[in-house]
Design a protein around this ligand. Structure first.
Ligand SMILES: [Zn+2]
Length: 493
């Protein structure tokens, strides 16, 4: 397709999706022709396709014209983001519109930003749709699993190019507010088309944005304006509830602030939020009692969790802070719950949501203790499960959604062939790490079964064990009774 037609198609797309204002049409058209080193623009009526198809064709044109030097996916992605940036509002315009809609109600404001984030291809809906998603029944409820395929695999040519490209120190990390509008380079994904919204949490300036990976509906990130480390303390509880006061339809949670039990980014304080109900919400509650205006329960869930509910914001913050303090000092050497006053091992993964006017906190107890037997973490997936999940069990996983590495798609396909009779495939190098598992699951498989479903089901069992490994009070007799004592002590304190 001719360049001028594609430029018109992108502009028509912007108008149709309501992300390009009619008033800005000529301005955006001129930015676009300049980007493609053209001097003339001509209006042609088009019927726009999806944003991904339009941007892909425009990136091909740019490559053919020598405007971009390489056709690797990062250079293409960064160019596509820059192109999309030319049809959307500047940050100040987006913030103004967001808060105008917020005056009507928060739902309209988040809806606007979410649609803009998808419409501008900042959230790459087409790629995210490739993820493999399934559910798995366990004794404690149904968990959700995703094989993450939204990031294309790097080919050797790209890896070689990246080695030649210097690593920059700006922005300081992927979460810093300075990412907004950043064009990116071979070692850094562009954030040209990202828009973030300032807000106040406990008197501090924070920013709200959608996650480009979108693991669940309206998956968002809330980030501190400063590049400061993750921490879970009394202020965290207040900030989470302040967020809920602004966006009562969302849940919000923080990763723990310690290595092993924290998420992948520990150096920038941030939360994750979204319009989504995770499996942990449906976990069975065992009611303990009422402390002041706070109802206290514990959950039947592989990661030991205290649930507290109250309409009293100060009361629930006080209780959460008390629970954190008590857990940070708690020890039970028989269960490897060993603490260290100077270098604490215990912390919480707190998750908050609102049920009408009631605040609900799920406080997940975490420990990053290591010993000679488990140098990567006693309460971390144990080594025999690394073939499926080796990464930290962060907030999303702790709530019952396993995000599994993209390599598993190919590896599961090979295992399926092996189970269906192609014996020689077992020699494939990528299956080495799965050998002990294949040996274990093979006798359970018969050729009448659907082999793909069988493998996903077995992988679900592995992930369920991953969650059990991360739990501090195990779901056995010794663990249960210690957890009951811990929870009761909190209640009577
Ligand atoms: Zn940062």
């Amino acid at each position: 397709m001719k360049l001028i037609t594609l430029v018109n198609e992108l502009l028509d797309y912007g108008l149709q999706k309501n992300i390009l204002d009619e008033i800005d049409f000529d301005y955006s058209a001129n930015l676009l022709i300049d980007l493609f080193q053209e001097k003339n623009f001509r209006r042609i009526a088009t019927t726009p396709r999806s944003i991904d198809e339009i941007l892909e064709d425009l990136a091909c044109c740019a490559y053919e014209k020598g405007i971009i030097e390489s056709d690797d996916y990062i250079t293409y992605d960064n160019f596509k983001a820059k192109t999309a940036d030319m049809i959307i509002d500047r940050p100040s315009g987006v913030i103004k519109k967001f808060y105008q809609l917020y005056q009507i109600n928060p739902h309209q404001a988040t809806d606007y930003l979410y649609k803009l984030s998808k419409g501008s291809n900042y959230i790459q809906t087409k790629r995210i749709k490739q993820n493999i998603i399934w559910h798995h029944q366990t004794e404690y409820g149904t968990i959700e699993l995703t094989i993450n395929l939204s990031k294309p695999e790097k080919d050797p040519k790209l890896i070689a190019l990246q080695k030649l490209n210097p690593v920059s120190q700006y922005p300081q990390c992927r979460l810093c507010k300075e990412n907004q509008g950043y064009r990116g380079h071979l070692n850094y994904d562009s954030r040209s088309n990202m828009r973030i919204i300032p807000l106040k949490l406990a008197g501090e300036t924070w920013y709200f944005q959608y996650s480009p990976y979108s693991y669940f509906d309206e998956h968002s990130i809330v980030l501190n304006e400063h590049h400061i480390p993750m921490i879970v303390n009394r202020d965290t509880f207040r900030k989470l509830l302040d967020f809920l006061d602004l966006f009562p339809e969302y849940f919000v949670g923080s990763n723990a602030g310690l290595p092993i039990v924290g998420g992948s980014i520990l150096n920038h304080e941030h939360y994750q939020a979204g319009r989504y109900h995770f499996p942990i919400e449906k976990a069975k509650e065992i009611y303990i009692g009422k402390v002041g205006a706070v109802d206290v329960s514990r959950l039947i869930w592989p990661l030991s969790t205290i649930r507290i509910k109250s309409a009293d914001k100060e009361g629930i913050i006080d209780f959460a802070a008390k629970a954190l303090d008590y857990w940070m000092r708690y020890e039970n050497p028989a269960l490897s719950l060993i603490n260290n006053a100077t270098n604490p091992h215990h912390t919480l993964t707190p998750i908050a949501r609102k049920e009408k006017s009631i605040y609900v906190f799920d406080l997940i107890l975490r420990s990053n203790y290591t010993n000679a037997l488990y140098p990567d973490g006693v309460f971390h997936p144990h080594p025999e499960l690394y073939h499926i999940k080796k990464e930290n069990i962060g907030l999303i996983e702790a709530m019952g959604m396993g995000i599994l590495p993209g390599r598993l798609k190919k590896e599961f396909e090979l295992i399926a062939k092996y189970l269906s009779g192609e014996e020689a495939i077992l020699a494939d190098k990528s299956l080495e790490k799965h050998h002990h598992w294949i040996e274990k699951i093979k006798p359970k498989f018969s050729l009448e079964q659907d082999v793909d479903l069988f493998i996903l089901n077995q992988a679900g069992k592995v992930f369920s064990q991953v969650l059990m490994d991360a739990g501090v009070f195990k779901m056995d007799h010794a663990g249960e009774s210690a957890f009951i004592k811990f929870a009761n002590a909190l209640y009577y304190k």
